[in-house]
Design a protein around this ligand. Sequence first.
Ligand code: APR
Length: 238
Amino acid sequence: MHTYNKNTPIVVLTGAGISAESGLATFRDNDGLWENHRMEDVATPEAYARDPEMVHRFYNHRRQQLTEVQPNSAHVCLAKYMNNLPNSWLITQNVDDLHQRAGSERLLHMHGSLTLQRCTACDQVGAVAADLRTDSLCETCQSVGSVRPHIVWFGEMPLYMEQIYQLLEQCELFLSIGTSGAVYPAAGFAQIAAAAGAHTVELNLVPSDVSFAFAESHYGKATEIVPAYFKKLVAFTD
Ligand code: APR
């Protein structure tokens, strides 16, 4: 086990697998979201232009589910340990609000968030107050029908990328939790961190598509392997 100190720069990346045991479907597992919806129909700018009602229905339903689930012990563990490591950052591909609700600080939602909306007329980002519809009003510029989910769709640029690349270049430990490594740029983060000298660890149910890029790996359920890993990590942090 490498030894770290409280100020070691650490980057943690999470994917849908960390929220699976809270009851939220992942994308590519059996009965996942992409088994029941074509991503081309609900998660691209073209889909939104073609059928905004269908896209709003897809995200309104996923947003509604947030009221029915809770953060699990993996979310809580990350918040507890990382909030006491002042140079640690949590980057999530997830658009659920479970990391916030677990209390995580220094959190970057690189694919946006179900709880946020953006006006395509004035670019104002704000909290979603009710189901989004094609006649939703932007409170800022009073446009009607210009409010979309603040979610990064396929073909759009993920958020915070400049800050994320800086964090990857400076980190000494990079952990990836609950992601299949199927979607870039997140799937390339381990290689960037390793090239910058970081120790890289994959925590997942099964080896991801980029498991080759990790120096260390632990496989199992997030609620089991994440607390186990952080208990060991803290024991080696002076
Ligand atoms: N504990 C740990 N890992 C798990 C668990 C669990 N209980 N359940 C599933 N997993 C793992 C799966 O083995 C899989 O490798 O989580 C991963 C989920 O992979 P995906 O469904 O592909 O989700 P993700 O990696 O987050 O997808 C990345 O793709 O569709 C886009 O924008 C979307 O952010 C998403 C991105």
